[in-house]
Design a protein around this ligand. Structure first.
Ligand code: FMN
Length: 377
């Protein structure tokens, strides 16, 4: 009898069916040129579709050039940028994966160095390489940490512009055939920095009480939902907790936000954590296997919305356990997929799906299934 693990049950969200529950989490490659993808992006993402992921996400793609984390970020601020993603979308779909994209604005963490150039704010060394700083914006004039750029406080016109840029990015994503859209509301970037009291000290309708701090991210979500087709699902990534020694955004806040996001038509809450600030208040969450799963479970149970769990989910059996326990609806993997892009296909075998080669590309399955027979495995 063929096992039917939950990890390989399709999931239909609105009009889109993911063939299994495995999602390749957005992973910046810091390798774009003026926001345009390179061959690297094709190779990087294509292999995850060959590897059998149900959904493959493009990395955080900036809705305006100044919203990039680094000079190497992907952008989706023009139709030309979107069109250059289309061949990748087509390939992912030709292999049976659903294409997703995360749209983002880095806020006060924009104008940073690529990780391998130091992961800090851009400085003279970077300028010498032609990578100049640019002015950054945020809800309040508070730098990320000592030595980071001081952001300008966004006014209403600036907030409208960025909201509209998110909407335009959503329309472009739809136009090139992307079926899953995620708004990046985590990791200390712009939308998260509105949510957290650590980075938002505004005294207008967008700061102070939780309801006020949630207002702008909700406005963006609502506007994007109105532009994104009814039959396509919309995800929202949160930092479920800031994870500071004291204060900051808490899981109860995430439950309240998830409930409000559900009201405006968000379908899935992608539960990450941390990223709001460095220095003395750096994140303290212990990084053990599945460390963020309890956040996905809390949001799912208390806000009654589908969730995606992410963070050190390494083993197929563990992923299956999490799903069977009702803690989440989707499993996102990032670094483990860098290590093993065929993780989903190997997971199918290890969870006992006897005819798993039927879903492999025939260019590979023909050989591998025969090799298994010769080898008696
Ligand atoms: C190379 C790399 C790039 C990443 N870029 C993004 C990104 O663009 N957007 C995002 O929300 N998270 C990003 N992340 C975080 C991952 O999506 C994921 O949440 C995190 O790595 C934890 O999952 P893992 O333990 O399976 O790697 C990135 C992680 C890595 C390793």
């Amino acid at each position: 009898m063929t096992a039917s693990p939950r990890l390989f049950e399709p999931l239909t969200l609105r009009g889109v069916t993911l063939p299994n529950r495995i999602v390749i989490s957005p992973m910046c490659q810091y390798t774009a040129e003026d926001g345009f993808p390179t061959d690297w992006h094709f190779a990087h993402l294509a292999k995850f579709a060959l590897g059998g992921a149900g959904c493959v996400f493009f990395e955080a793609s900036a809705v305006v050039p100044e919203g990039r984390i680094t000079h190497g970020d992907l952008g989706i601020w023009s139709d030309d940028h979107a069109e250059r993603l289309r061949p990748i979308v087509d390939f992912l779909e030709s292999q049976g994966s659903v294409a997703g994209i995360q749209i983002a604005h880095a806020g006060r963490k924009a104008a940073s160095q690529r990780p391998w150039h130091g992961n800090g704010p851009l400085d003279e060394t970077d300028a010498a390489r032609g990578e100049e700083q640019w002015p950054v914006v945020a809800p309040s004039p508070l730098a990320m940490a000592d030595g980071w750029l001081m952001p300008a406080e966004l006014d209403r016109a600036g907030m409208d512009e960025i909201r509209d840029a998110f909407v335009a990015a959503a329309r472009r994503s739809d136009a090139i055939g992307i079926d899953v859209l995620e708004i990046h509301g985590a990791h200390g970037y712009l939308l998260h920095s509105f949510l957290s009291p650590v980075s938002n000290t505004r005294t207008d309708d967008y700061g102070g009480a939780l309801e006020n701090r949630m207002r702008y991210p909700l406005e963006v979500a609502e506007a994007v939902r109105a532009a994104w087709p009814e039959d396509k699902p919309l995800f929202f990534r949160i930092s479920a907790v800031d994870g500071l020694e004291e204060g900051g955004w808490q899981i109860e806040d995430s439950v309240a936000l998830a409930s409000a996001l559900k009201e405006v038509g968000i379908d899935v809450i992608d539960c990450s954590s941390g990223g709001i600030g460095g220095g003395a208040t750096a994140a303290r969450i212990p990084r053990t296997e599945g460390f963020q799963v309890p956040f996905a479970a809390a949001v799912r149970a208390q806000a009654g919305i589908a969730t995606m769990a992410v963070g050190l989910i390494l083993e197929a059996a563990h992923a299956e356990e999490i799903l069977m326990a009702g803690e989440t609806d989707l499993i996102a993997i990032a670094r483990e997929a860098l290590w093993n892009p065929f993780w989903p296909r190997h997971a199918a075998k290890s969870l006992g799906i006897a005819d798993h080669y039927e879903t492999w590309p025939e260019q590979y399955s023909w050989w591998l299934s025969r090799r298994d027979k010769f080898m008696g495995r």
